[in-house]
Design a binder for this molecule. Structure first.
Ligand SMILES: C[S@@+](CC[C@H](N)C(=O)[O-])C[C@H]1O[C@@H](n2cnc3c(N)ncnc32)[C@H](O)[C@@H]1O
Length: 260
């Protein structure tokens, strides 16, 4: 099992970063609505982070339902652990689960896991026949597209982000492979969409990418593809509301497990 790239960073900063991830991405909650989620459903949020999606699931399924949140680190979820929400700390493959679920959701988790195929297989086995799942993953190579053929500080940082993932055996373009991997794991694809995060500085997405660059500066620079000065400029532009940049894209796939 590989280490999560934000492990060993300041907990307070990671909590704030995770809340920015939520602010930037929670609009896709509308995709969960498409499943027809009902009171009484049993749901699983894998990689619950700072908990916004888990809380949303708990509110929607109500007291007769169940919303299970799993994360390697549940420090940021400690106030959320009351029925119908249950929280498990641990790496997903090591967490024993007896229940089966009507709905699974996971966002920005597979990109961080070398064992993503085993995780997909386990998730599929936990889903009830006919049950729903939504997977949302980023493609960081999209951010390198506008800089093809030119040398810019932001382009260098974007290439360093991709290389950092490759150096630890992860795929920066995981999202591009996601629909095929889901099919291979036995899911039936209902829909797939990709959203390009072309955003102004100071927006939640720009802020989360700027904050990630500050926290991971050493890891980015270790790739040899960008310098601390490039990162300073990248961070400054991420705070400038007149500057627009393509930060990455996110692919969201809605799937169902075939009925028996
Ligand atoms: C980038 S954060 C995203 C958090 C949340 N899903 C969101 O989008 O707001 C990834 C989260 O997944 C968790 N995670 C990554 N791999 C995991 C695994 N194998 N088992 C459990 N949690 C995992 C990390 O600890 C982290 O909290």
């Amino acid at each position: 099992m590989n280490q999560y790239i934000f492990d060993n960073k300041s907990e307070e900063r990671e909590f704030q970063r995770l809340q920015l991830v939520e602010a930037a991405n929670d609009p896709t909650i509308r995709l969960l609505e498409e499943t027809g989620i009902q009171p009484g459903w049993h749901c699983l949020e894998l990689g619950a982070g700072a908990g916004s999606m888990l809380r949303w699931l708990g509110n929607r399924v109500g007291p007769t339902g169940l919303a299970v949140g799993i994360d390697k680190k549940t420090t940021y979820l400690h106030n959320d652990d009351s029925p119908p929400v249950q929280i498990y700390q641990g790496s997903f493959l090591d967490v024993p689960l007896e229940q089966s679920f009507d709905l699974l959701h996971s966002r920005y988790v597979f990109i961080h896991n070398q064992e993503e195929r085993a995780i997909l297989r386990k998730l599929c086995s936990l889903l009830k026949p006919g049950g729903w799942a939504i997977f949302e993953e980023p493609d960081f190579t999209s951010a390198t597209l506008p800089d093809q053929g030119q040398e810019t500080p932001q382009g260098r940082v974007n290439r360093a982000i991709c290389q950092m993932f490759i150096n630890v055996g992860l795929d920066p373009a995981y999202a591009l492979r996601l629909p095929h991997k889901l099919q291979e794991s036995g899911f039936h694809i209902v829909s797939a969409q990709s959203l390009m995060h072309l955003c102004p500085g100071n927006s939640p997405m720009a802020k989360v990418m700027g904050e990630s660059a500050l926290v991971l500066e050493q890891e980015y620079c270790k790739t040899g593809l960008c310098s601390p000065e490039d990162i300073q400029l990248y961070v400054r532009l991420s705070q400038d509301s007149t500057h627009w940049a393509l930060y990455h894209s996110t692919t969201s796939v809605i799937v169902r497990k075939p009925p028996l």
